[in-house]
Design a protein around this ligand. Structure first.
Ligand SMILES: NC(=O)c1ccc[n+]([C@@H]2O[C@H](COP(=O)([O-])OP(=O)(O)OC[C@H]3O[C@@H](n4cnc5c(N)ncnc54)[C@H](OP(=O)(O)O)[C@@H]3O)[C@@H](O)[C@H]2O)c1
Length: 331
């Protein structure tokens, strides 16, 4: 198999370090690897496949010869440098929100819409973490019953805010004052993720609305979302209230979900079998359970999904995109 030149931007961050781990786990064919972060990390050494690499600073020309550039350094860095990387010849997979809704950029969950990258620009966007673990079960159920509308309620782990979130939870658990979240996250859930718009929705909530429509190719799909930060280190939970065109059946729903790539059904609540963060953390499955008919609407289902936000919600989804593209190139 051919091997390729890789760059990881934001390599010292939570997602960046996970990129390195997942790239190794998925046996990506890496010929060379360059790591980038901010000036403060210049010279920091990180290990990939048993070899140490020094972190470098971004500069013009640094992506020449790079085949794949994986970005996880935030939207402001991606706005400038993902474009530079793509102009210098790299195929970019970007984890920030910067390019997701650009007409010319594909927004990909590889199990659903890998082909969307064709005929688009050389910047592929990785969706928002909560969106990824929601669209996978929704796509499976859409194929079975025809999705009509959906309402999301999320329970998002602090690692979704990166290192700052994990540090604030640890700080508050030690009894020190909160510095990052507006309240003590060790003692409360916080219904605020990202900035708020004038209509009362947060930017995180609108990411779920807009990105779900784009990935499912359903620009008119009716969607609402409420996003809540919870005192959990890793793995988000999402409650979905979904309404369908056809009559729904819980057994058929379980079968459709269990047969879909990378979904695992855990649904025997009387025996305490349902998705929990401690089961999802550290692997790349989307766990789904608590599947039941919605008593409030006709043809409605209620379900709960849990997935590792740093892995399937970010690094692993990006690495799976690269892996599928390489497989296609070599086909
Ligand atoms: N955490 C999640 O669950 C998750 C899920 C989906 C998407 N994402 C997205 O992934 C991105 C990174 O998130 P994270 O959780 O890994 O954050 P993080 O732990 O705070 O890491 C941020 C990374 O960006 C680097 N960086 C910051 N400013 C930079 C600059 N000017 N030039 C180059 N590198 C710079 C940092 O380098 P230094 O160490 O040198 O500061 C660090 O490597 C964000 O866009 C986030 O929205 C995160």
């Amino acid at each position: 198999m051919k091997s390729y030149n890789f760059a990881v931007v934001g390599a010292t961050g939570l997602v960046g370090r996970t990129f390195l781990k997942v790239m190794e786990e998925y046996h990506l064919p890496v010929k060379s690897l360059r790591l980038f972060a901010s000036a403060k990390s210049l010279g920091v050494k990180l290990t990939y496949a048993g070899k140490e690499y020094e972190v470098e600073e971004l500069k013009e020309g640094c992506f020449v010869g790079t085949d794949f550039a994986l970005f996880s350094a935030g939207a402001s860095v991606s706005k400038i440098w993902a474009k530079v990387a793509s102009d210098e010849g790299a195929l970019v997979v970007d984890n920030s929100s910067q390019w997701r809704m650009e007409e010319d950029c594909a927004l990909i969950v590889p199990e659903i819409n890998i082909d969307d990258y064709k005929d688009k620009s050389r910047i592929i966007a990785n969706p928002n973490c909560s969106t990824i673990q929601s669209v996978l079960p929704l796509k499976a159920l859409d194929e079975a019953f025809g999705l009509k509308k959906v309402t999301f309620t999320t329970y998002q782990a602090v690692s979704g805010s990166g290192k700052k979130g994990l540090d604030d939870l640890a700080r508050c658990e030690r009894g020190e004052k909160n510095q990052f979240y507006p309240y003590d996250i060790s003692k409360t859930c916080i219904p605020e993720i990202d900035i708020f718009y004038d209509d009362g929705y947060s930017k995180e909530e609108m990411k779920m609305v807009n990105e779900t429509r784009k990935i499912l190719h359903r620009p008119d799909l009716k969607i609402s979302a409420t996003c809540i930060r919870v005192p959990v280190p890793v793995a988000h939970g999402v409650v979905m209230q979904a309404e369908f065109k056809k009559p729904v059946d819980v057994i058929k729903a379980r079968i459709a979900l269990a047969n879909y790539e990378d979904i695992k059904v855990l649904d025997d609540p009387k025996n305490h079998i349902y998705p929990v963060s401690t089961i999802a953390a550290g692997n790349d499955y989307v766990y789904v359970g608590r599947i039941r008919k919605d008593l409030a609407v006709d043809n409605g289902l209620l379900l709960y999904s849990v997935a590792d936000n740093v892995r399937k919600g970010a690094a692993s989804n990006a690495v799976q995109i690269v892996k599928k593209i390489i497989a296609e190139w070599e086909h």
